[in-house]
Design a binder for this molecule. Structure first.
Ligand code: IPE
Ligand code: IPE
Ligand code: MG
Length: 255
């Protein structure tokens, strides 16, 4: 059977060990609330500390030379939390963009935002769009902010756009390929993550990058997000460098 474009791409990787750095790391920043509760603090204090971790992680990502970093900052299911916590998380995001955008911009980092934008509070949407616009010409690392993001929601929206194109005659149903779907996701143009790191001991994806993570390597650590530091990050990157990726093909003879 002939290889599809997608398969050919994956097989071209065969024989390459995970030499060195991943191109794209995605982070599920989890455990803020538990970190705080374990210290008799309010969950919001965990989120505040989590923002400090995020700043360090972004700086470290730039300094080690990653091309793409995706951060899961708020999921489409996180609206189910108490409204006081949701409001706090919204204000933290605003503060992050307002205070950190200039440093991020100076570091030549480009921001992309993924997630559902419909029905977002106007002031938040404005800040996110501004962050994308201000940094759009930057040529260094891309920081992808997954905000109000849920993978199933993203796939549904992509499916609707593809269906609309078929209905209008712009696209033929027989021509729909894996690439077509990828190009209609919020992550269009962004390579799939090579490594997903989740902190705080939970072993699940929680609706994060389901399509994109088909061949992603996973790294789970018990370390909570507020405690995740450069050394913990380096441990994950180092473990990735020893993984052997096969993409469904036979064992690679490497080195
Ligand atoms: C991650 O920490 C931050 C967000 C999900 C926004 P949590 O708030 O999920 O912390 P835990 O998992 O309850 O400890
Ligand atoms: C995933 O963490 C979402 C973010 C890190 C933003 P959650 O804490 O919301 O995930 P569950 O509910 O434990 O699966
Ligand atoms: Mg959590």
């Amino acid at each position: 059977m002939a290889k599809t474009g997608d398969q050919a791409g994956a097989v071209a990787e065969l024989g390459k060990p995970c030499s060195g750095l991943p191109q794209h790391v995605a982070l599920i920043m989890d455990g803020n609330g538990r970190w705080a509760n374990a210290r008799g603090l309010a969950r919001t204090e965990g989120h505040r500390r989590g923002l400090e971790t995020l700043r360090r992680v972004i700086r470290h990502s730039v300094s080690v030379g990653l091309d793409y970093v995706t951060i899961f900052s708020f999921s489409s299911e996180n609206w189910r939390r108490p409204s006081s916590e949701v409001s706090f998380l919204m204000s933290l995001l605003k503060r992050f963009v307002q205070r950190d955008l200039s440093e991020i911009h100076k570091a030549n980092v480009r921001i992309r935002v993924i997630g559902e934008r419909n029905n977002l509070e106007e002031s938040i949407l404005k800040l996110l769009v501004e962050a994308e616009e201000v940094t759009s010409g930057n040529t260094g690392m891309t920081l992808v902010i997954a905000f109000n993001y849920g993978s199933r929601n993203e796939i549904v929206r992509a499916t609707k756009s593809v269906a609309a194109k078929i209905a209008s005659g712009a696209l033929c149903a027989d021509d729909v390929s894996e690439d077509t779907i990828s190009q209609h996701l919020d992550t269009a143009g962004i390579p799939d993550p090579d490594l997903i790191i989740r902190t705080s001991g939970e072993l699940r994806l929680s609706n994060f990058l389901l399509w994109q993570a088909a061949y992603t390597e996973f790294y789970f650590t018990d370390c909570s997000w507020p405690e995740f530091d450069e050394a913990e990050y380096d441990k994950a990157l180092s473990e990735f460098s020893h993984r052997e990726r096969r993409f469904g093909a036979v064992e690679a003879k490497v080195r």
